[in-house]
Design a protein around this ligand. Structure first.
Ligand code: MN
Ligand code: MN
Length: 455
């Protein structure tokens, strides 16, 4: 069902199922605004579906269900298939990091009796979108004794929120002359967090008050921020969007919408011919680097572990398993926004409501940095999607030379596996409030299940 609007397929029971899935997804992104929270929730979902931690397993056979976790920030779940691992896996790979601001290592300061947290933004954000909106703080503070304190402020009913102030228009004449990239500067993204000075303190009395509060509530000292990971994200839950409730507005659709649908597709698909996998990675928005990014050896090591639990291990077997694998790089696409249609080339654009979007290539300036999936693999996927009546579309990331971007596709393709980007079209990508269509979310879930079964 290529390039057709998907809504007309749904009515009665099928529409109820679609809406139920959308509700579950809404609570997932409302509750999981950091990588760590996504991993914790994914572990919970895996356990509920009968998956075991691979660390607790002595051997694996067809039908066994396991998951592996990396540093609390990546998870991969597997259903062992009938064929040996060397014949390759069917992999769904998504990222669970989203654009945001992070607290600096020395974040706290005071100015004119107002207390602030200084931040460094993470990923590609349009900075002016992040001021004068309610923000929440999530993360961990790890103390020298190794204990870890969880922080979560801003999303409970009675929680306070924090935020970044902006200049009043009355005094904005000079500022309004600036180009959009300079209206709010990176160093201007400082969070106002308090204003009550401690009575008997001369130097930085408001900062002192915040430190007292942090000590009382969390048992942390100023220096503990050195080993903390606190993320600043939009406060509030994901909501139905549109008078017809057809869409979902929320923070972090990129790429938790593909992470959730990929994980659920894996959990809901019984044993297949091939071993099936959903892997959720970190750091995509900053180049997939680091121990928890897609370029880390962790995923490869995990496959090695699986082989050693199913048969005698050899390096050649690992290479065969990876090279024979097929993967959907589950990541979002930019949907055509009629208000900004001029940056798109309409024949090769993704549309809200036409289902999962396949991106043969991303990249920029003549496809530089792209994965460019092989037509043989795409043909196989077309057949699968058509035979299973999944609505799908294809797109490029905007007009030629308009800009560009990348995903994790090329990194896994380095193993010589077949990989293509496939995900949900998004409006206002990377904004504090991104928008997806419920029907595209559900079609992505169906497409991922179809792929796992037929790879
Ligand atoms: Mn993405
Ligand atoms: Mn992104």
């Amino acid at each position: 069902m290529y390039q057709e609007y998907a809504w007309k397929k749904y009515n009665g029971k099928s529409l109820d199922e679609l809406n139920k899935f959308a509700e579950e997804y809404k609570s997932f992104i409302s509750d999981c605004k950091t990588e760590r929270l996504c991993v914790a929730k994914s572990i919970e979902l895996c356990k509920k579906a009968g998956f075991k931690d691979v660390k607790d397993v002595k051997e694996l056979k067809a039908g066994d269900k396991v998951y592996a976790v990396n540093k609390n920030k990546n998870i991969a779940a597997f259903v062992i298939g009938d064929e040996p691992l060397t014949s390759g896996l069917a992999i769904l790979g998504a990222h669970i990091d989203s654009p945001r601001m992070d607290l600096k290592q020395n974040p706290l300061y005071e100015s004119e009796t107002l207390a602030y947290f200084d931040t460094h933004y993470y990923g590609g954000i349009i900075k002016y979108q992040w001021v004068t909106i309610p923000l929440a703080l999530y993360g961990v503070v790890v103390k020298k004794d190794g204990t870890s304190v969880s922080i979560s402020i801003g999303d409970e009913e009675n929680d306070p929120v924090v935020g970044i102030t902006d200049l009043l228009p009355h005094l904005g004449a000079e500022k309004m002359q600036k180009v959009a990239a300079k209206v709010i500067e990176g160093e201007g993204l400082d969070l106002l967090i308090g204003s009550i000075p401690v009575a008997d303190e001369e130097k930085d009395p408001s900062k002192k008050a915040i430190l007292n509060l942090l000590k009382d509530k969390y048992g942390i000292e100023e220096e503990d921020f050195v080993s903390a990971e606190i993320e600043v994200v939009p406060a509030g839950k994901a909501r139905d969007f549109g008078l017809d409730r057809s869409m979902i507005a929320g923070y972090g659709h990129d790429d938790r919408v593909c992470a959730y649908t990929s994980l659920m597709a894996l959990l809901d698909t019984p044993k297949c011919k091939k071993t099936t996998c959903a892997v959720l990675v970190d750091k995509e928005e900053v180049g997939s680097i680091g121990a928890t990014g897609a370029a880390s050896k962790w995923f490869e090591n995990t496959i090695a572990e699986l082989i050693s639990l199913t048969e005698d291990y050899s390096d050649l077997k690992l290479r065969k398993a990876l090279t024979n694998s097929e993967m959907l790089s589950s990541d979002v696409s930019a949907a055509l926004d009629p208000l900004y249609a001029s940056v798109m080339e309409r024949k090769n654009s993704a549309f809200i409501g036409k289902g999962i979007c396949f991106n043969k290539y991303t990249g920029s300036r003549g496809k530089s940095g792209c994965n460019d999936a092989q037509p043989e693999f795409i043909a196989k996927l077309r057949k699968m999607m058509d035979e299973n009546e999944v609505n799908y579309q294809t797109s490029e990331l905007g007009k030629v030379d308009q800009g560009g971007g990348g995903t994790i596709a090329y990194i896994l393709a380095n193993y010589n596996m077949s990989v293509i980007d496939a995900g949900v079209p998004v409006l206002s990508m990377h904004a504090p409030m991104e928008i997806v269509s419920k029907v595209d979310v559900y079609e992505a879930y169906l497409a991922y299940k179809t792929f796992l079964k037929n790879a």
